[in-house]
Design a protein around this ligand. Structure first.
Ligand code: SAH
Length: 216
């Protein structure tokens, strides 16, 4: 059941879908997910009026909810199929997690800010979006216990590609990760064999940094 969602919000979402579509997103299932997920409920109340602009916004702990276009772009690169086992690094507000769940993926998601982890763990099921597993921890290590994954998605800017993430992909699996320091290049890795990976690059994006253990 969706709480505090109104026809006005639904109308704003349909506008947002048009914007995201005009920027080049064509996957109907992703557009449908954006038209259904009440993004305003994933943000601090002060920002509700901005929830359906195609922009990133603060969600606490110095982090942001990703721009809808970016969420759609990363999701489209992954080519999610129903039943895919997906590892997400950077749960944040849970908005991207909800998009993956709406596409019928089995989602495992890791967040390193305790405050956000706790908040999102309680919030997502209230909207009816149930992840397979959520964890408070360090995404650089991936999630060995549940590997291998069909798809892995990193939603923070990674200074380099963490080896465990490549190792935890199934053969034929895809990793989407923005790589770089101040600006990141959206990068898709496809595991084509035990030791072989194809790499494709897709333009520049800006994410909050993927932090390592000792950083704040
Ligand atoms: N998908 C989220 C994006 C949040 S921004 C959303 O749309 O709301 C990126 C998130 O990655 C932040 O919440 C940040 O705390 C988290 N993050 C950064 N480094 C991480 C790491 N090493 N492991 C797990 N999460 C990390």
């Amino acid at each position: 059941m969706v709480i505090n969602d109104t026809p006005k919000h639904k109308g704003l979402r349909n506008q947002l879908v048009k914007v995201v579509k005009s920027k080049g997103i064509s996957d109907e299932n992703i557009l449908k997910a954006i038209s259904e997920i009440p993004r305003h409920l994933f943000m601090d109340s002060g920002f509700i009026d901005f929830a359906y602009q195609d922009k990133a916004f603060p969600i606490g702990a110095g982090q942001t909810i990703s721009q809808p276009y970016t969420v759609a772009f990363q999701t489209e690169l992954l080519q999610i199929e129903a039943g895919d086992k997906v590892l997400e690094i950077g749960t944040g507000s849970g908005y991207q997690t909800a998009v993956l769940i709406a596409l019928k993926a089995e989602v495992y998601s890791i967040e390193r800010q305790k405050e956000l982890y706790e908040k999102t763990r309680k919030f997502l099921p209230k909207l009816g979006y149930v992840a397979k597993k959520l964890k408070y921890g360090d995404g650089y290590k991936g999630w060995e216990e549940y590997a291998p994954f069909d798809k892995i998605l990193v939603t923070a800017g990674a200074p380099f590609v963490p080896k465990p993430l490549l190792e935890q992909l199934k053969i034929g699996g895809k990793l989407v990760i923005p790589v770089g320091d101040d600006v990141q290049v959206m990068t898709l890795y496809i595991r084509t064999g035990e030791k072989e990976f194809e790499k494709h690059e897709f333009g520049e994006f800006r994410f909050v940094p993927m932090l390592q253990e000792k950083e704040k």
